[in-house]
Design a protein around this ligand. Sequence first.
Ligand code: ADP
Ligand code: MG
Length: 270
Amino acid sequence: MSEWSMGRGKPKQIRHPQHRAQAGAASIEMPDRAFIKLERVEKAYPTPAGDVCALKGIDLEVWEGEFVGIVGKSGAGKSTLVNMVAGIDKPTSGRVRVGTRAIHEMSEDQVARWRGRNVGVIFQFFQLLPMLTVAQNVMLPMDFAGVYNSPKERRERALYLLEQVEIAEQADKLPSAVSGGQRQRVAIARALANDPAFLAADEPTGNLDSRTTEAVFSVFEKLVDEGKTILMVTHDMDLASRVTRTVHLADGEFVGDRAHRGLPGEAAHA
Ligand code: ADP
Ligand code: MG
């Protein structure tokens, strides 16, 4: 592919203080410029055996342009965390801000509308609608959000996004007629439909072979280069070392937060 530009405009110029600079600068008032900010987020799921505390007071700041890998054992709270940021689920207590929006304060309707326009969500099992073609699946978020007006414009944009993930030739097939890796590319194109600033991906390569994993991961890398912010849950420690930052969850709490390399435009650091 010659050029990678999935957005409506030019790639964004990214300005971001380094999140890692904060720890040593406790007494310095940093401007509150984090793109995503979670404060004391708790999530308890009621069960017959009592509450399961999936998140136990999470504080997290993510800057625009970061590619954050979320790692940890099964049951650590990774999906719950991503769902809080994507507005798929609500915290029991605490605050979740994305951009200028306080997600925890929004009604279900508001959050659904906000998510449709501002978040691209990618799941392990793709979750494409089986009765719709590949192109129609990608058009669906545009139909809901009403951002791209005419059906023709929506179809053109869908084909453009499918081209970017190199499966435009499958546009009029049903999802069942394409491979798992291709389905995940469709899901990525769908997630990009309304040109969201950030993508929330829950084990997006968990169901793919290693070659396809690499291809899907490189799509994410290009999107980050273009200025998107990505939160990606992964079990794959090789991938986790290739994102810009890894946060490690255990039993609903952060047990590690590591920057691996500079953010786009920054020099690499040790
Ligand atoms: P991970 O994605 O790291 O595997 P999850 O976020 O899915 O972990 O789950 C964290 C904890 O919350 C687990 O103990 C899980 O069993 C529990 N949990 C998640 N969703 C629910 C739910 N809807 N009802 C009850 N418990 C839940
Ligand atoms: Mg999970």
